[in-house]
Design a protein around this ligand. Structure first.
Ligand SMILES: Nc1ncnc2c1ncn2[C@@H]1O[C@H](COP(=O)(O)OP(=O)(O)OP(=O)(O)O)[C@@H](O)[C@H]1O
Ligand SMILES: [Mg+2]
Length: 339
């Protein structure tokens, strides 16, 4: 059984009385211990897809229209509040883009991680069950602190014994993101949903955080759904990559294949726009045109949504929506003209 299996997920936002489809038939599997990348331009539905996994998109304005989100075989969209709490605490955790915005500025980082621990993990594996009972009764604050320090060490924060008394503003952006990752790990998730975890950081710190995620994944055996608009990053980190465009998956391939030989014209355009620091390519390449807007036209126009921007467009492209098809072993493409 896959750890996560999203089947034909459809989600609308109700904006000014009109339905706007943000996720349109997304199917995606993540196996235990696997890293899957989710890439695509701003607004294509990456975050909404990821947030749906723990049903964190606010309803309204959102409306789940169809599909299933199976976590260890159980459909998140049918879960009770209690079951959802268990999932959010024990199966999935999130790391978001802006650590500064996610940490509470008025509490010490140690306190924030401790609260996260209390919430999610009354029984720590490093403690005996009897410790756990006493912990649950709140008589073992010292042990929680040990666990906080262990987590901070795990995410590579030097001198964690003293850093637990820091306030977030006393830490750099990279350190804050490490704290956020420590908080996410407090619940020992099987699936870490990392939504642009390094976008707000400078390039060297970015590389350090990505190394950390890779190392943690190895050590803890968790799966990661890594969301980014940077194909360079997923090529390095992910086993498989799903490329989204305007609410749909347009290509799903093993990461190395996708980077070496992208098949969908949109993936090719995205790869061409990854900035390169070496060689003679000094300029940034942009994909011409814009993601089609669905608001004013009462939905997307018929046919392939990338057609208006596609260099390989044919007259038939604007007639019917192409299916996502397996065109080579393990390679799925939503374009009949991929070759
Ligand atoms: N709360 C909301 N109300 C209305 N529309 C929303 C809401 N949240 C997201 N959307 C819309 O859903 C679509 C998908 O948004 P989403 O945040 O998933 O994009 P994204 O791929 O994560 O983009 P980015 O790379 O900028 O983070 C967008 O068109 C967005 O405007
Ligand atoms: Mg997003």
């Amino acid at each position: 059984m896959p750890l996560l299996e999203i089947k034909d997920l459809k989600l609308d936002f109700i904006v000014d009385g009109a339905s706007v489809r943000a996720v349109d038939g997304v199917s995606l599997r993540v196996d235990a211990g696997e890293t899957v990348g989710l890439v695509g331009e701003s607004g294509c539905g990456k975050s909404v897809t990821a947030l749906s996994i723990a049903r964190l998109v606010p309803v309204p304005p959102a409306r789940y229209v169809g599909g299933e989100i199976l976590l260890e075989g159980r459909d998140v969209l049918k879960m009770s509040r209690q079951e959802l709490c268990e999932v959010r605490g024990g199966v999935v955790s999130y790391v978001f883009q802006e650590p500064g915005a996610s940490l509470n500025p008025v509490f010490r980082v140690g306190t924030q991680i401790r609260e996260s621990l209390k919430l999610h993990q009354p029984l720590s594996p490093s403690l005996s069950p009897s410790d756990g009972e006493r912990l649950a009764k709140g008589r073992l604050k010292g042990s929680y602190d040990d666990e906080v320090i262990r987590l901070l060490k795990l995410v590579g924060i030097p001198a964690p014994e003293s850093r637990i008394r820091d306030y977030p503003f006393q830490m750099s952006g990279g350190m804050q993101q490490r704290v956020m990752i420590a908080m996410a790990l407090a619940s020992q998730p099987k699936l870490l949903l990392a939504d642009e975890p390094t976008t707000a950081l400078d390039v060297t710190i970015q590389a350090q955080i990505l190394d950390l995620l890779r190392e943690l994944k190895e050590r803890l055996g968790m799966a990661i759904l890594l969301i980014t608009h940077n194909l360079g990053i997923v090529g390095d980190m992910a086993d498989r990559v799903a490329v989204m465009y305007a609410g749909q998956i347009v290509e799903l391939s093993p990461a190395t294949d996708l980077v070496r030989r992208p098949l969908h014209p949109y993936t090719r355009a995205l790869l061409a726009s990854v900035p390169k620091l070496q060689g003679n390519q000094r300029r940034l390449t942009a994909i011409p045109g814009q993601v089609p807007s669905r608001l004013n036209e009462g939905g997307f126009p018929a046919g392939c949504r990338f057609a208006p921007r596609c260099p390989k467009v044919k007259p038939s492209c604007s007639e019917a929506m192409p299916e996502l098809q397996e065109v080579e072993p393990k390679r799925w493409v939503r374009c009949p003209f991929w070759d």
